[in-house]
Structures are given as structure tokens and as C-alpha cells.
Design a protein around this ligand. Structure first.
Ligand SMILES: Cc1cc2nc3c(=O)[nH]c(=O)nc-3n(C[C@H](O)[C@H](O)[C@H](O)COP(=O)(O)OP(=O)(O)OC[C@H]3O[C@@H](n4cnc5c(N)ncnc54)[C@H](O)[C@@H]3O)c2cc1C
Length: 456
């Protein structure tokens, strides 16, 4: 089933090594989703064109969704990807296609007022429809299913807040969440450590690597050209034949583009220094178990929900379609390296067994990491910066929102006036400007969030 190219991609990734951890479990330091996915073949011999209408930087959900929409509108589009299609967070995530945003609704209303927050919440619901529509239209085989999500409370006061949140969300956004009392929780989760939960039936799950591979295929089908191993190194204003645009130096040669769209998320680098200074790259890590017996899998997650807990330093988990427990969290705050991935395997395994003692004998077969992009206000941001279009800042909530922002910003570039309440909101930088893109404060931030979880 898997072509040599897919195998090459898997083996070519630096993280593929066998790890022996302290309890002697032997596991693949490698992304499980990739073992299930065949990526589209890109013609590596194809030269970078001299000029295009739009250069899209980054071939994840954001960039590929934008490229698909722009190419469908007739634009000549070149997608520049420094690695391979979906190499970034888009193939490494938990595959939770979630409603809402990272910040709570009361916080959002205090920041943006009721009217804009209502539009933001509506956009978060529309972002799921956007993913579902693309999956259906492009026939992407990625196990997309509206299985709902479950948030579980780690403290009584977190649970007490659920009823208040559900009431605000019903009143302000006309969206129903169901609060689950502690004594009813066994119908949702086979763990006894939580104080209750809250279910949103609208959220979905998918295999993210298959989804991003399918999005890549769809962008190519629409006419976009994708260039892998083509890193954008610098971008400067330059006119060509009397037309104002951008000159890009790439690792595969120069390119002139009328417009540039940046979708580099947690991997934003030196080519876009102004954007890099607005984003904090934060590591997130995942382990998966061996395939579990059917009865055990049903006991752990009877309704097959996408689950996450109420902490700042949270755990998120779900069953994979082939019945592995996939368990993730910010085990280390730093982005993925051999060392942080290796450390995370042990931390996450202990976390998983705290939640599910039933898994103490389950073999861990895969561990990997990826980088999230947090803005300083923990909000998604999109629009134009220094003349370039961009969409970033998903804060671990990007499967649906990145797809949606890619599409909406592409529509804006094509001359439409799409509804997008995230365009034009203030995009704060670091307090006192104490950040040049090198996140020196991550250890302090990690300690701060652990402290917050302890006291709040
Ligand atoms: C471990 C983990 C778990 C997560 N779980 C979830 C989840 O369950 N649900 C959810 O909603 N979200 C989740 N997220 C977040 C979600 O995956 C991201 O928000 C989303 O994938 C962002 O997509 P993107 O296309 O913007 O960025 P990415 O997929 O990161 O793509 C950016 C691409 O840009 C490329 N690039 C960078 N610089 C350049 C350059 N100069 N030139 C060319 N190319 C460049 C990179 O190589 C990369 O491929 C998770 C993230 C991680 C890391």
C-alpha cells in the first residue's frame, strides 16, 4: 500500500530512531500518523518559476488551503515548503477538529466585546464546516467523524465553571454544550480522576496526516504548484515590468511574486522577522500505545471522543481509528529535539497511567513532537503585515482554524470581502519589546503555567 517515496519520507525524518526508556520500553521515535499516510508525489526536478501571482510559504493546513482556493480562482500559485508537504504541525497533531478558541468565552468578551466575540465563535463553528466540506468535495480519506469532544475538569472549581461557560455559550452564541456530572462521567470516559466534564457534540476527529496529504493533492488538482525542499530565505519588495511585488530568494533559486501569503505557524523563521517576533514557538508531544483490545478501548473512551483536560499544562487524548490510545501534552515546553522528544515519552506515559491505570502494561509504540505557535494574546491572527498576507497563532487549536484562515485570506486576496473577525484585531508583541524571536523565557513560562495549575 505504501509507495517507496512514503517509506523514504518516513525514514528520512531525523526523529526515526529506536529509543530505550528507563522502564525498558522500546519505541519508535517517530510520528505514528505518517505510517498510515501516502503523500502526493511532487516532481522534484521541476524548476522554481520566474514569476507567479502568489507565493505561498508553508505547505501545512494554512498554506495548502490558501493555495487550493487561490488556484481555484485562477491564480498562478507556487507553494514553497522548506521540507515536505505537511512536514510541520499539520501532520504531527492530535487530529482533534475543535470548536471554540483557546481562550474562554468570558475572557474573549472582555477583550473584544460581545458582537465581535459572537462573530469569532461563529467562525470557529464555520471552520469545522469548512474542513468537512473540503474533505467531502475532495474525497479525502482521513477518517473525519463528528464524534464530539469532551473537556474534563481536574478540580472541582474547574467543573463549577463549566455550567457558567455552557450558559454563556448557549445565550451568546446559540450553541449547546452538555455538562456531565461526575457520577455520569463513566458513560464518557473510563477514568475516575476527574470532577466532571463538558461535551460539545459538534467537534470532530480526523487523521491529520492523511488530511494534509489530501489537501496537498487538492491544491495540486486545482492547479497550484508545490515546491518541496524550497525554503524562502528572504523576501523584499521589488517591481517587475512596472508591477509592484516581491522578490523571494529561496534555497532553490529566486522567484518573483505579485503577492505573498505566509502560513509558517510555529516554524516561522528569519524570512519574515516581523512575524517571527510576534510568535512564541512551543513544543507539544504525543505518544501512542500499541493497538488495544476492543473491549479495553471501549472502556477508555466509550463514545470515542476527542478529550482534553482543564489545566493550562494540559493533556489531550483520543483513540486512533485502529484503536491505539494517542496521548499528548506539553511535556517539555521547548520545541521538538531528540532530547525533548525522548524526555516526553516518559513524562507522557506517566501522565497517561495517572489518567488510565488500565494502560500500565500497554506498550508505547510511538513518540514524536511538533511546534505550536502562540501569539502573546493566545489568539489567532490574520491579515496583512508589512504588505504580506499571513494567518498564524492557532495555539494548539489549528486543524479547523488554519484550514479556515487559509481559505478566508485567499478569498480576501482574490478581491472578496469574506467574513473574518480575526482580521484587524490588535496583534500585540512582547511586553516592553523584550523578544527578538528567540524564546529565552520558555523555562519561566513553563514554570509559571505549572504554578497556575497548582493554585487555580
Ligand atoms: C503535537 C501537536 C498536537 C496538536 N494537536 C492539535 C489538535 O489535536 N487539534 C488542533 O486543532 N490543533 C492541534 N495542533 C495545532 C495544529 O497542528 C496547528 O495549529 C496547525 O497544523 C498549523 O498549521 P499551519 O499550516 O499553519 O502550520 P504547519 O503545519 O506547522 O506548517 C508550516 C510549514 O511552514 C514551513 N516553513 C516554515 N518556514 C518556511 C520557509 N521559510 N520557507 C518554506 N517553508 C517554510 C514548515 O516546514 C512547515 O511545514 C497540534 C500541534 C502539535 C505540534
Amino acid at each position: 500500500m505504501y509507495c517507496w517515496r512514503a517509506l523514504g519520507r518516513m525514514l528520512g525524518r531525523p526523529q526515526v530512531v529506536c529509543v530505550r526508556t528507563r522502564n525498558s520500553m522500546s519505541l519508535q521515535e517517530h510520528n505514528y500518523w505518517l505510517t498510515t499516510t501516502e503523500f502526493p508525489a511532487v516532481d522534484a526536478s521541476q524548476a522554481i518559476p520566474e514569476a507567479v501571482d502568489v507565493a505561498v510559504i508553508g505547505a501545512g493546513f494554512t498554506g495548502l488551503s490558501a493555495a487550493r482556493t487561490l488556484a481555484q480562482r485562477g491564480a498562478k500559485v507556487a507553494v514553497l515548503e522548506s521540507e515536505t508537504i505537511g512536514w510541520g504541525a499539520s501532520s504531527r497533531n492530535g487530529g482533534m477538529v475543535l470548536t471554540g478558541m483557546k481562550l474562554g468565552v468570558n475572557k474573549l468578551i472582555s477583550m473584544y466585546g460581545r458582537e465581535r466575540t459572537q462573530r469569532m465563535y461563529a467562525a470557529s463553528l464555520a471552520s469545522l464546516d469548512c474542513v468537512e466540506q473540503i474533505v467531502r468535495e475532495e474525497k479525502i480519506d482521513c477518517d473525519f467523524a463528528r464524534c464530539g469532544h469532551l473537556e474534563v475538569a481536574c478540580k472541582q472549581k474547574h467543573f463549577d465553571d463549566y455550567a457558567r461557560q455552557a450558559e454563556v455559550i448557549a445565550r451568546e452564541f446559540d450553541h449547546t454544550l452538555r455538562v456531565v456530572q461526575r457520577h455520569e462521567l463513566s458513560a464518557e470516559i473510563g477514568s475516575t480522576i476527574y470532577y466532571g466534564g463538558m461535551v460539545d457534540e459538534v467537534s470532530a476527529g480526523c487523521n491529520p496526516a492523511r488530511y494534509v496529504a489530501g489537501l496537498g493533492r487538492a491544491a495540486m488538482k486545482a492547479g497550484a504548484q508545490i515546491y518541496e525542499h524550497a525554503r524562502a530565505e528572504s523576501i523584499v519588495r521589488e517591481s517587475r515590468q512596472g508591477e509592484l511585488g516581491w522578490k523571494l530568494e529561496t534555497s532553490r533559486g529566486p522567484l518573483w511574486a505579485h503577492e505573498v501569503f505566509v502560513g509558517t505557524s510555529g516554524y516561522t523563521g528569519r524570512a519574515t522577522p516581523a512575524l517571527k517576533k510576534k510568535l512564541i514557538p512551543i513544543g507539544s508531544f504525543i505518544i501512542t500505545t500499541e493497538v488495544l483490545p476492543e473491549a479495553l478501548a471501549r472502556e477508555l473512551s466509550p463514545r470515542n471522543r476527542m478529550i482534553y483536560d482543564s489545566k493550562n499544562f494540559l493533556y489531550y487524548y483520543r483513540l486512533t481509528p485502529d484503536r491505539r490510545m494517542l496521548f499528548g501534552g506539553r511535556a517539555a515546553f521547548f520545541p521538538e529535539t531528540d532530547q525533548t522528544v525522548r524526555q516526553s515519552a516518559g513524562i507522557l506515559r506517566r501522565g497517561m497511567i495517572d489518567v488510565y491505570p488500565q494502560l500500565s502494561d500497554a506498550k508505547i509504540e510511538y513518540v514524536w513532537g511538533g511546534t505550536l505557535d502562540f501569539a502573546f494574546d493566545i489568539m489567532p491572527h490574520a491579515g496583512q503585515m508589512n504588505g504580506m498576507y499571513y494567518a498564524v497563532g492557532y495555539a494548539g487549536h489549528g486543524v479547523a482554524m488554519a484550514t479556515y484562515q487559509g481559505q478566508k485570506i485567499a478569498e480576501l486576496m482574490a478581491g472578496d470581502k469574506p467574513e473574518n473577525p480575526f482580521v484587524g484585531i490588535p496583534f500585540p508583541g512582547a511586553p516592553l519589546g523584550m523578544y527578538n524571536g528567540n524564546p529565552w523565557f520558555l523555562p519561566f513560562a513553563g514554570a509559571w503555567y505549572k504554578l497556575l495549575d497548582w493554585v487555580s
